[in-house]
Design a protein around this ligand. Structure first.
Ligand SMILES: [Fe+2]
Ligand SMILES: [Fe+2]
Length: 292
């Protein structure tokens, strides 16, 4: 079985359009039995997601998809949980893609399981020593000070903030573009409960000899990019959670995990499981090929 994996196509972004079109053409040319897109295919608007998925119409194998955080960004009137549960899976289905989060699948004895995964700030860079309140608000102290909607936070935390903190003026855009009725910790737990149930079913099934998992966020902290300048180090908090890794490693048949999100390629072996970050950036798209 030939499985092709890519991630972070960001087709709604102008700089990603041509590289994604080139990659899709290449994937359709080489072909395979399974294609998996591991999140951040596009953002809020529906048409770029549809248009991107249709680039793979010529791929004759089975097509799977997991959402990324960008997939849960909202148009007016939507909420992020509704996007996760119904809007995004329906858009995917229209284009012949199955969203793994809702439909784990077994093909020739191989189980395919997926989740957007999420973050709980546990990967935050402790060296920055930024109070947790800023991470929850998804603004660095320098941004909180200049944004009127975060004035209360900036005032409340004024005594705990240093000049070095104020030099960091970035924000994590999920805080602006999402409309999520759950806290990040609650959403992560919600996802992990589902993932754990699906993995358990794979372990219990005699029809499954091996399991592959596809998770947009980083399941192991070793994959978080290190030595980054402070604005990017702030973003480490939103990269994922070790709780995802713990849930995955409970599955005795798990052989491979693919992720994306950090736009930083990486590989590690955790207790015999191959963990691969595809590592596409906005400008350069990458793919992985797994032959089983
Ligand atoms: Fe991304
Ligand atoms: Fe992402």
């Amino acid at each position: 079985m030939k499985i092709i994996v890519t991630a972070d196509l960001h087709y709604d972004s102008i700089k990603s359009r041509q590289p994604t079109a080139d990659l899709a053409r290449e994937i359709c040319r080489i072909g395979g039995d399974v294609l998996v897109l591991v999140g951040d295919t596009a953002s809020a608007a529906h048409d770029p997601l549809r248009d991107c998925l249709k680039l793979f119409a010529g791929f004759t194998g089975k097509k799977f998809f997991v959402p990324g955080n960008h997939s849960l960004w909202c148009l007016s009137g939507e909420d992020s949980l509704q996007r996760y549960e119904s809007i995004v899976p329906q858009l995917a289905a229209e284009c012949d893609f199955t969203m793994l989060d809702h439909a784990p699948t077994v093909l020739e004895g191989v189980g395919f399981v997926g989740s957007v995964g999420w973050y709980d700030y546990s990967y935050r860079n402790e060296e920055l020593d930024i109070p947790l309140e800023f991470y929850r608000a998804k603004v660095a102290p320098g941004a909180a000070r200049r944004l009127p909607e975060h004035k209360d936070l900036a005032d409340r935390m004024a005594e705990r903030v240093t000049p070095e903190h104020l030099d960091i003026a970035t924000r994590w855009m999920d805080g602006v573009r999402m409309n999520m009725p759950l806290s990040d910790e609650q959403f992560l737990e919600y996802l992990l409960e589902r993932l754990a149930r699906q993995l358990k079913a794979m372990d219990a099934s005699a029809a499954v000899r091996q399991v592959l998992a596809f998770v947009h966020h980083l399941p192991f902290r070793e994959l978080v990019p290190q030595q980054r300048p402070p604005p990017l180090a702030f973003a480490a908090a939103y990269m994922g959670s070790d709780k995802i890794g713990h849930a995955l490693l409970e599955c005795k048949k798990l052989s491979h995990v693919f992720c994306g999100h950090s736009h930083w390629p990486g590989r590690l072996n955790v207790k015999g499981v191959e963990v691969i970050n595809v590592g596409s950036t906005y400008f350069e798209k990458r793919l992985e090929v797994l032959e089983l």
